[in-house]
Each structure stands twice: as C-alpha cells, then as structure tokens.
Design a protein around this ligand. Sequence first.
Ligand code: WT7
Length: 644
Amino acid sequence: MSEMSLPFHVKFEPGKIRSEEWSKSIKDPEKYWDEKARALSWFRTWDKVLDDSNKPFYKWFVGGKINASYNCLDRHVVTEKKNKVAYIWEGESGEVKTVTYYQLYKEVNRFAKVLQDLGVKKGDRIALYLPMIPELPTAMLAATRIGAIHVMVFSGFSADALADRINDAGAKILITADGSFRRGKIVELKKTSDVAVEKCPTIEKVIVVKYSGQQVQMKEGRDLWYHELMSKVPSNTYVPPEPVDSTDPIFLLYTSGTTGKPKGVQHGTGGYLVWVYWTLKWAFDVNDKDIWWCTADIGWITGHSYVVYGPLLHGITSFMYDGAPDYPQPDRWWDAIERHGVTIFYTSPTAIRMFMRFGDEWVLKHDLSTLRALGSVGEPINPEAWLWYYKVVGKERCPIIDTWWQTETGGFMISPTLGIELVPLKPGSATYPLPSIVAEVYNDNGQPAPVGERGYLVIKTPWPGMLQTLWRDPERYKMVYFGRFEGIYYTSDYAIRDQDGYIWFLGRADEVLKVAGHRIGTVEIESALVSHKSVAEAAVIGKADEIKGEVPVAFVVLRSGFTPSDELKAELSKHVRATVGPIAVPADIIFVNKLPKTRSGKIMRRLLKAIVSGATLGDISTLEDGASVEEVKKALEEMGGHLG
Ligand code: WT7
C-alpha cells in the first residue's frame, strides 16, 4: 500500500460528482434503476424494479420482457451502426477478419434457425466449448435469441471437467471446434469433446466448427458440421427474438468454490444486461470511436460480460484475438494494439507482470498513442506492475482502471469511473464501489473492521447484475453467499479500507486459488489427485508466484506399495491435467508420510503454507486452528519424507 511513488499529487476523496451519483443510487434504488434500465430496449416494461420479498433471491425488473440478442444486434442494424465493425478478429497465424453488426446479425439469425431446427426450445441448455473465434459470440447470441441458456466451458478444461459441467447443466447440444491453436500447435477440442460426450447422456447433437482444419472423427447421427448446417439456411433467414422474462436465466457459468464440484452460477437476463451496460459505461466511458480490447477468454465471466454482451450492447468495435500473448514474439499484443488502433486495453495483472519481465523494449518498439485507458482485472495488481503499466504502456497518459468483481457479480463492482468522474488513483487500489454497491470490510464477527485493518469484503445491498442462484442448488446459494454473515453477500475476498475510504484487495479468504487470474478450488485439485491409484491423501495450497500471483502446490501421501519418485510426480501432474486442465497442474508436488492435522482432524493448511514459503518454526507456533505447538512439531516430524 505504498503511497510514496504515487503519480498523482492530489487529495484522495470520492469526488463530488461520483459521490452524488452513488448517493442517488442508494437513496432510491428503484427509482434509479427504473431510469437506467431504459437505456436498453424492452418488449414490455417491468411492473416492479426490485422484488426482494424472498431474500436472498432478488428479482430484477419483474414483469419486464427483453431479449439479449435483440439488444446487441437488432437495435443497431436499423441505425448508422449497421455496417460498423463489431469484431476485428485476429488468429494466432496472423489472419485477420472483420465482422460488422449486420453480418453478425445475419449469422445469428441463421444459427438460431439451425438450433430451432434441431429442436432447441426456450430454457434448454446449450454447452459451448470453443476457442476465441467469431462463431462463439454468434452461438451465444443465437441461443439467447430463442431463449435458450448457454453454458460456456473454457476450452482449456479437460474432458472430465467438460462432462461434469454438461451433466450438471443437462445440456442438449454441444458446440465445439475441430481444434484450436496455441503457440503454433493444435489443441484437439473435438477429440476432448468426444471423450466428454461419452459420459453425457443428455447431449443429442454435437455441432463442430471447422477452424484448425485437421482430420476429426464425426459420429454418424450425432455430429454435425457448423458450416454444413449453415449452408442449408437461406441468408435472409429471420428468427424473431424471443421476448423472455427479465428473470429468465441468460446463461450458466461454472466457477470454483470451497467445497465440492464447481458451482453453476446462474445469471438472469434483464438485470445482468442492464448491469453490464452501465458498468462498462461507468468504468471506461466507452464511445463510438473506441476500439475496445478485453483480452479475457470468453470462457470466463470477463469475456461474457466485456467481450460479448457489454461491447455489443453499446454497439462499439472490439478487437478479439485467438492465440498466445507472446507468440511468435513477446510484442504480439503491443503490435496488435498498434496495428488495430486499440483505444482501451483491458487485461490481467499476470499478463502485465509477464510483459514487464520481457522488458520495456518490446513495448517501446510500438506506437501505442491510440490508447486512452488501461484496465486490470482478475487478481490484485501489485503497485510495481501498476506503475509499469501506467508508465511504460500508458506513458503516464492513460488512467489504470482496476476493476474488482467476480463471476457471481456479473460486472464490475469496485472500480475507478471514467464515465462518471475519475478519482485520484493509488497504484494497487480499485478505489470505490460503483453506484448501487454498498461495500463494507467486516471482521470475523461481522463488525466493520477499523480503517487499515484486514477483513472480509461484503456487499450489503442487492444490485442488478448479481447472480440469481446456483443452478438447481438454491440451498448452496444461500449458504455460500448469505450464510457467513446472515443475509449479507459474502465475497470471500480479504480487503482493507484505507483512511481515504479506498479499497485494497488482498486475495481470497477461502480455499480458492487465483492462478494467473483463473479461479480454481484447491478441493478440485485434491480430488483429482486422490482419484489416482497411488494417492491416499492430498492437500493443495497456494504459493506466491512473481508472475502468476499464486500457483498450486500439492502435499501428497502415497498409498502403501507406492514410493515417491520424479516419475510419479510427472504422472500425477499429467493426471491432474487430464482430470481438470492445465491451469490446475501443481507447480510442485511434495511427498509426505502424513498430512499435518489438528486434533479435530482439520488439515493445518497454514502450516503447509508456512513450509512452502520457507517460514521458520518460530512463525509456525502462531498457527491458528487451535493446534498446539506440540501438535505442530509432531506433525512436522511425522510428515518427514521428501520436503521441498
Ligand atoms: C475473484 C473472482 C471478475 C472477473 C475475473 C475473475 C479476484 C478479480 C480483482 C481485482 C483484486 C480481484 C477476487 C475475486 N479479483 N478482480 N481487480 N483486484 N482481486 O472472476 O474468476 O469469478 O474470480 O477474482 O479474488 O473474488 P472470478
């Protein structure tokens, strides 16, 4: 929280205009959102802005009828935006394509017809396992056009992870590609899909986009080529957008939690769309001249909200890139910004730290003068990376918009606001809550933590973008988000509020890791490990990493008959990769005789953390969990084995 190297020598306060806007939103939220929601096109206006009669199941714009695809496309194609570019797309090979709003509109209508002809109805779930290609937003919008619910699974997930999500959602159709590219190599998406679908009884059809061009096996009666289906649909096809209830789900997106399988975060249509529209406007003040680049994969919420829905609702031009950020050279992204004239660049601290490591010369080679704002998301940004981003990339001209939010929140929650008023920035702080957000830092007892003291960030009021529930698990929704502090939304994040009211994030307070900004539960990695025949018990913790923020480290107790070896380590890594995906692979696996546990049987994670961070036994004596020093010492002895 160093303020010594601040680039702004000004008074730190919320800003008059920003404070006024926030106060207005809090004083009368229903009136506030009644006005704001009219920025979108509704088929029927709501009867009630917010129904909170069944807390915490809040309902937004009740009685309202709306369609996502209509708001993203139809309403633009009857204006001067018709031939405006929606996406400038670039593949790893250097191929560039542009898609105008009108072209996207035509494609979406045709693909909506394809889906209808395959029997997809309102409320059906459609799984998507695709790389960053224009067919992905097309499929999402075609689904929402007919009221179907899309369930995107990040294309880096394994077959098992894909199957779990498809089965939980009960998806009828899977849309995938033959393959995609990563550092010039082919990623075999169809092959992975085939393995997954074997375990998915609800899947009726698999639609395959031809992208990598390699040979794939098409299963008779089940697999269909996207281009063949589309070629049968006339180009003038029009599918009327289904007016869905504002409270009908728009999509499910699975994310990691503390326990059990990933949670199906369910977002409602009206509230979500209104929230992403306004948050994008508030934070970045997007306008018609912008070339917006959000580098997130659409497989995560950042891509849903700010590669697809937010930019399209505003009718702006986005740049979209499929491939590795440093391929073929470390200046791939700076080169893309220069060539396409990107005006707003929104990426993760991990990417920033990686580019910082490559060296300034890769950035300085390029003319980045079109940039007017820079964004950050996904994990706390350390002041050093913030200042590098600000100076080397933004030339001290572009404000850093550090947006804090979650899959569950739908859109930005705490962030500077170019579209309202820019408050003085402090490197590493996301500043203040957006309008409608009442954020507080609580201590363990649910009391506001004193200024400068670490606590848990909570949100005390509902907002339109909040999740509706967890798919088919309302009890878990209540327990996870509103159980920690009765009736108040619990974020699971550590935070500090400073003397100026600025909020600083200090990482997750639960057993969830942020590896390169990706969210992964330690339980998922542990379950993957114990599903291997050699593993009796496993405990996974996060270890600080200079680039990725944190990386998983696993402590493993082997079954009798198995002995620790480098080969076994490699095999376990491979097993985790196959069970969850590359992001879950431990940076290190440590074989131990026994996991340290308290008398009540809880794994002493803090002890494990202390071990990997190289803490001394002295520090260890301050461990919580009610473990006595004796207990800790004994545990350490018993662990024995191959530490480090
Ligand atoms: C978790 C949510 C929100 C889109 C991408 C991640 C961390 C996110 C920030 C930020 C500090 C951040 C939090 C949060 N996080 N943005 N600007 N500063 N931490 O979505 O995968 O649901 O992860 O990401 O820990 O709880 P997600």
